[in-house]
Design a protein around this ligand. Structure first.
Ligand code: 13P
Length: 261
């Protein structure tokens, strides 16, 4: 954790796992293992079809925040299968992901699309998490900084020209593509370096807020046995967890990192 002012965000991206029943079963156990903590934020990104089950099952536990994994670039329309940020806000969700590498890779989301989605999330009053990260090839070619800058500049340029207002309380996730679902984790040093670069890009452009106030999460094979080291790395303000968030015991351990329970 870098500055004491930023409280850690522990986020679970459930991707295309867990329907309504398995969501309820997860929460039933997780809520017994993880009592509310006021010094951290815990956020879940369930599959869209399981959102209402999640909201009903967490009853009385508003500390377990909820977000949408993806939104369309339009507010509404004839887009079969899609969900908009406005609809997510109507469903009382607080957060939204934009630019996850699986969306970029499998659904062709380009930087401009990611920017448009992030703007929709802001307009709808949700808190976006902008995901950025390089592939193994890009890393090997020494292009880490270039890729992170491109992914961020494009979104920030789009925001500036849209007049849609300022992105306050920025939250980003550094998710190196080579570490997602591979068991390969960036070392705390790799994470600190990338988080430093992200903060540099933000400070170069900061007209509104100092880059130091941005919250930057790390994602990619986070597990109970590496959480403490990752959270201790310079500039790492939390984590975005895939695989290890699907099991209530392991995600509760991650959420309890550094707490006396
Ligand atoms: P894993 O934790 O399974 O590597 O996934 C990370 C991720 O993509 C979170 O968004």
């Amino acid at each position: 954790m870098s500055e004491a002012v930023r409280q850690p965000v522990l986020a679970a991206n459930w991707k295309m796992f867990k329907g309504p029943e398995t969501t309820r079963a997860f929460l039933d156990r997780f809520m017994r293992l993880y009592p509310a903590h006021s010094d951290r934020s815990v956020v879940f990104f369930p599959a869209a079809i399981s959102l209402s089950a999640f909201l009903a099952a967490r009853s009385g536990r508003d500390d377990l925040e909820v977000g949408i994994q993806d939104v369309h670039t339009e507010v509404e329309g004839a887009y079969t299968g899609a969900v908009s940020a406005a609809m997510a806000a109507e469903a009382k969700l607080g957060w939204g992901l934009a630019g996850h590498s699986e969306r970029r890779r499998d659904f062709g989301d380009e930087d401009a699309t990611v920017g448009a989605k992030l703007r929709r999330l802001l307009e709808a009053g949700l808190r976006p998490i902008l995901c950025v990260g390089e592939t193994l090839e890009e890393r090997r070619a020494g292009r880490l900084e270039e890729v992170l800058s491109r992914q961020m500049e494009s979104v920030l340029d789009g925001l500036a020209s849209s007049g849609c207002g300022t992105w306050h309380d920025k939250v980003l996730a550094y998710e190196p593509v080579w570490a997602i679902g591979t068991g390969e984790t960036a070392t705390p040093r790799d994470a600190a370096e990338a988080h430093g670069l992200i903060r540099e890009v933000l400070s170069r452009r900061a007209t509104d807020e100092p880059a130091a106030t941005a919250t930057i999460l790390y994602g990619g094979s986070v597990k109970p046995d590496n959480i403490e080291a990752l959270l201790a790395a310079e500039g790492v303000d939390g984590v975005l967890v895939g695989g290890a968030s699907l099991d209530p015991d392991s995600f509760a351990q991650i959420c309890l990192a550094g707490s006396d329970r």
